[in-house]
Design a protein around this ligand. Structure first.
Ligand code: UTP
Length: 289
């Protein structure tokens, strides 16, 4: 069984739900409290043991590559002004040489297509997919929990899930679980955005996956699905007939920062938890309420 060393982060979407904020700033670089959404996601990946991050970028997303590089003038200014704490924080998050790759998706044809664009860099080994607009606030890295579950079941494919209200299942990719064992279940199927009343469960695929490289062959042939996009879920549903697939309910709070209220909620929740800001944030929010 090969270890999970690489992660694909598709960042080529248009972020239309949070326009106009995303007109000139990539959605993944919108701030939650005082750092970009992407910064939380990369931190989670590193804590899970990911050694190589593959970003699938698109037009207008160049700032992401710059974020993970030195900003020479800024660093010099911070040093001159003695702002050494923030300087150390900036430097600590820089990649090791060769830790990040960037590949271009030339049109946002869907999540499945974005993942397929990373095929040559991933090669013939299992890999993670991390949706870079989803922050999972967890004691232990959510992807790390999935890697542990993957090692426990002996490989195959695994998706992170969270339970959602029945009334909301039509908004998500939904898993059909069979043989449930605590937080882990064997999967018998999955469907992207099922019509109301047809969902096989309320287990929603939440933006963290571990996949085998055989997914790439299926993605290459994948036709458009829900939303007229090439859907990762549709190819995973085919792979499920060929290889083991598990779902794992990770421990943690999921913040979908891709829509306005999710982004607002993430800001409030994570500010309240910060040792340096929590008290002031609580006072400010209470005053508003
Ligand atoms: P979303 O559907 O949430 O992102 O895809 P979006 O398309 O940017 O958002 P809206 O609906 O227009 O507001 C989940 C992730 O997959 C990436 C997005 O960047 C996002 O982080 N994605 C999506 C791609 O990289 N390429 C695509 O073709 C589609």
């Amino acid at each position: 069984m090969k270890p999970v060393r690489k992660a694909v982060l598709p960042v080529a979407g248009l972020g239309t739900r949070v326009l106009p904020g995303t007109k000139t700033t990539p959605k993944e670089l919108l701030n939650v409290v005082d750092r970009p959404i992407l910064s939380y996601v990369v931190e989670e990946g590193r804590k899970a043991g990911i050694e190589h991050f593959v970003f699938v970028t698109g037009r207008g997303k160049g700032a992401i590559e710059d974020y993970f590089d030195h900003q020479i003038e800024l660093e010099a200014q911070l040093e001159a002004k003695g702002k050494l704490d923030i300087l150390a924080q900036l430097r600590a998050e820089l990649p090791k040489p060769g830790e990040m790759s960037f590949v271009r998706q030339m049109a946002p044809l869907g999540l499945g297509h974005a993942v397929w664009c990373a095929r040559d860099i991933i090669g013939d080994e299992p890999f993670a997919v991390m949706l870079p607009d989803v922050i999972i606030d967890a004691e232990r890295s959510a992807l790390g929990q999935l890697v542990d579950a993957y090692n426990k079941v002996g490989g195959g494919n695994l998706v992170g899930v969270e339970e959602v209200p029945e009334a909301d299942t039509h908004k998500y990719g939904i898993v059909a679980p069979s043989k449930v064992d605590g937080r882990l279940a064997t999967m018998s199927g999955m469907v992207e955005k099922p019509a109301k009343g047809t969902a096989p469960s309320n287990w929603s695929i939440a933006g963290r996956y571990i996949l085998q490289p055989e997914i790439f062959g299926l993605l290459a042939e994948q036709e458009k699905g829900a939303g007229n996009e090439i859907q990762l879920t549709d190819s995973m549903a085919k792979l499920l007939h060929l290889q083991p697939f598990h779902a794992y309910i990770y421990e943690g709070v999921t913040h979908d920062c891709g829509d306005k209220i999710g982004l607002l909620r993430a800001n409030v929740a994570l500010a309240l938890k910060r040792p340096d800001l929590g008290e002031a944030a609580r006072a400010a929010i209470s005053a508003l309420l």
